[in-house]
Write a protein that binds this ligand. Structure first.
Ligand SMILES: Nc1ncnc2c1ncn2[C@@H]1O[C@H](COP(=O)(O)OP(=O)(O)OP(=O)(O)O)[C@@H](O)[C@H]1O
Length: 366
């Protein structure tokens, strides 16, 4: 395993007025043995960053260090095969004419290991992904999920110090995804550091020790999955990671013990607030879709008009509109018992709210 240090990475495609800046000053330190997910919308630069770490893409400026090795810097680009990293691509990238065994053997053969030394290592890697029985098949005789497990075995067989994953589950159906997530989770025991690119929030939050949220080539926030969901630092993270509702509100009293009294219209409630005694009255609140409970019609709370209801098995996803002067759209998840119907006016109470940090101003409200 190895620490990965990225310092002020810039990458653009094309030049002059037509240059497209895919990475704009990305700096980050990943700890040795850490599982880090790179999460962001399409085009945010995740794959470019992963390929730059792998050495498959050169960078225009900045430095990349893996362990003690400087692998990319001005005038320096260490080739991928010399970086000691394993890569798992979305498309498996297996050799079609080779057996499963030989595909997994390939990186060991490249590193000069004898057949006698390599063979048990291949079988051990295949065992980790439950594929020993299929060692003699070719990729054409495997399902999509099995092919991807071969790709996992091939990435870990050489015991690289870093394993990079580029959307490895994107082409798999829901059931196979969960199975693959178990295998990827088990790969933690290989002691490799892992960097995992995805645009899928669930995968990133479920697997990673820390998640790096990228937007337009810049880092928005680096945090543990829990903090990312509960304490988003920017509007983009609040919306993209937690599908949070962002509302303008008033602070009634400064935070004490991490909670402030806030108001939406004439409804007062407590919100988590780490702004260290800020008395600024105008603020933005982040309310997760699950932050609401249905109250009695005359209880203190917010009135919302239900516009769309989507049954989700054990809960309902609801699009609603806040009634009153604000009239903003809200995305809610209500429990099965709520039985919301289109056209209902519901009274909701807020059971959890987060005061957004002030840094980015209040100009981007809603
Ligand atoms: N070879 C290239 N030439 C020109 N532009 C490129 C090239 N590769 C990537 N880009 C652009 O750089 C930006 C970042 O691309 P990248 O593939 O890193 O994004 P991503 O976050 O991985 O997106 P996705 O989830 O869709 O794969 C995109 O706007 C993309 O169009």
């Amino acid at each position: 395993m190895a620490r990965i240090k990225l310092q002020d990475i810039h990458k653009h495609y094309g030049s002059g007025a037509n240059a497209f800046h895919a990475l704009r000053g990305v700096s980050l330190e990943m700890h040795s043995g850490e599982f880090v997910a790179l999460l962001g919308p399409s085009g945010s630069g995740k794959t470019t960053l992963l390929r730059a770490i792998a050495g498959l893409e050169s960078i225009n400026s900045g430095c990349i260090q893996i362990g003690d090795d400087l692998v990319a810097a001005p005038g320096r680009h260490v080739l991928p095969e010399r970086r000691n990293v394993g890569v798992v691509f979305q498309s498996h990238a297996l050799w079609p004419h080779m057996t499963v065994f030989d595909n997994v053997l390939f990186p060991l053969r490249e590193s000069g290991l004898s057949a006698a030394q390599a063979s048990p290592r291949v079988m051990e890697a295949l065992a980790q992904v439950d594929l020993q029985a299929l060692a003699r098949r070719t990729p054409g005789e495997l399902s999509g999920g099995q092919k991807q497990r071969v790709a996992l075995a091939r990435a870990m067989v050489a015991r690289p110090r870093v394993i990079l994953f580029d959307e490895p589950l994107a082409s798999l159906d829901v059931e196979l995804r969960r199975d693959m997530m178990r295998h990827i989770d088990q790969m933690r025991s290989t002691q490799s550091s892992m960097v995992y690119v995805t645009h899928n929030q669930e995968e990133a939050l479920a697997l990673a020790d820390r998640v790096v949220v990228l937007s337009e080539g810049c880092i928005e926030q680096v945090d543990t999955p829990i903090r990312l969901c509960r304490e988003p630092q920017t509007e983009m993270v609040a919306r993209f990671v937690g599908a949070g509702n962002l509302l303008p509100a008033r602070r009634i009293s400064a935070a004490q013990g991490g909670l402030a009294e806030v108001a939406l219209g004439d409804y007062h409630f407590a919100a988590r607030d780490t702004s260290a005694g800020s008395t600024q009255t105008e603020l933005r609140l982040c309310l997760a879709p699950t932050a609401f409970v249905v109250a009695a019609p005359n209880a203190p709370g917010l009135s919302v008009l239900v516009e769309h209801v989507f049954f989700q098995g054990s809960s309902y996803a609801v699009d609603a509109v806040l009634q009153g002067a604000l009239a903003v759209p809200l995305s809610l998840v209500l429990p099965f018992e709520a039985q919301p119907r289109r056209g209902d006016v519901l009274r909701l109470q807020v059971r959890d709210a987060w005061v957004m940090p002030e840094a980015r101003g209040t100009s981007q409200l809603i």
